[in-house]
Design a protein. Structure first.
Ligand code: SAM
Length: 284
């Protein structure tokens, strides 16, 4: 315990204060691999509501998990991935190429905080974990409503909570306090991370007819994948506890992100959990 109770200089690499798009893309890819079962259910929902969608937009596409799932679900459609990050769009195109779908996927690099790209219209729009990142989400909803063809559908997806990995209790003598994860989530929530309002009212205000669904997800994963996701997520988010964390919490994170027997790679008891909510907003 004592060897972990200080914030070693050597550990500073674990406490990133800055995340690159490439790091975010890695987390998103692992999320899709492990917690991606909602993609199956949510694209099926989209296909029920917009069976003939020929033009689809993935708004805030990130590394392309949604784009690829939509291209698979709608084999006749063309999909436009929109993001402000060129790094993300390159990853989306690479993912589409890998699945042999590159011919049906194109990209628009645009920052929606400026304005909706004038020429972009669609039968189906998909905004997964992206609406809450916008400066004025309701303005963008209004723009999406206008850019949807009559009868069109917007699917909005958000994570109900940040992904968690640790079991509820630890064996006696463990250097990891299982409460660290809850405190990390609370600290991130306090700084506005992944916070979103109940979108129903805003979507209705701009004219949509709205339905809502919950997608509970227990990750299906190998220990190796769980460890990679835990390292990517905790490594990227640990900065949130900097300055406020107790020394026990710092020690816990250092142990998890270190290389010892209780590190994420070697502990073998991680269970990835994550839940999502989806809104189907129809332009009647
Ligand atoms: C958390 S990621 C979600 C990615 C993907 N939809 C998914 O569910 O895995 C949010 C994405 O929205 C993009 N984004 C954030 N603000 C944006 C803006 N103002 N205009 C366009 N894209 C934006 C980010 O670059 C990032 O790729």
């Amino acid at each position: 315990m004592s060897e972990h109770s200080h914030h070693h200089g050597q550990a500073s690499g674990h406490f990133h204060t800055h995340t690159t798009d490439a790091e975010l893309a890695e987390t998103l890819n692992l999320d899709a691999l492990i917690l991606g079962s909602y993609l199956e259910a949510a694209t099926e929902w989209a296909a029920e509501l917009a069976p003939d969608a020929a033009i689809i937009m993935d708004v805030g596409a990130g590394s392309g998990a949604g784009t690829v799932a939509l291209a698979r679900r709608f084999p006749q459609a063309s999909i436009t991935a929109l993001d402000r990050s060129a790094v993300m769009l390159a990853q989306t195109l690479a993912a589409a190429q890998e699945q042999g779908m590159a011919g049906r996927v194109d990209t628009i690099e645009a920052d929606l905080n400026n304005a909706w790209p004038a020429s972009a219209s669609a039968d189906l729009m998909w905004a997964s974990s992206s609406l809450h990142e916008l400066a004025d989400p309701e303005r963008t909803m209004k723009e999406m409503f206008a850019a949807l063809n009559p009868g069109g559908v917007l699917i909005v997806i958000e994570m109900d909570s940040l992904p968690s990995f640790l079991p509820e209790s630890m064996p006696e003598g463990s250097a990891v306090d299982p409460g660290v994860e809850g405190r990390l989530h609370a600290a991130l929530a306090g700084s506005g991370w992944n916070q979103y309002p109940e979108w129903t009212a805003g979507l209705e205000r701009v004219g949509f007819a709205v339905e809502r669904r919950h997608f509970p997800t227990l990750g299906s994963s190998t220990p190796e994948l769980s460890a990679r996701y835990a390292r990517a997520f905790l490594g990227r988010m640990a900065f949130a506890l900097e300055g406020t964390a107790s020394s026990a919490d710092r020690a816990s994170l250092e142990v998890l992100l270190g290389t010892g027997p209780e590190s994420v790679e070697r502990r073998g008891d991680l269970v990835v959990r994550g839940h999502r909510t989806g809104w189907a907003a129809r332009k009647l």
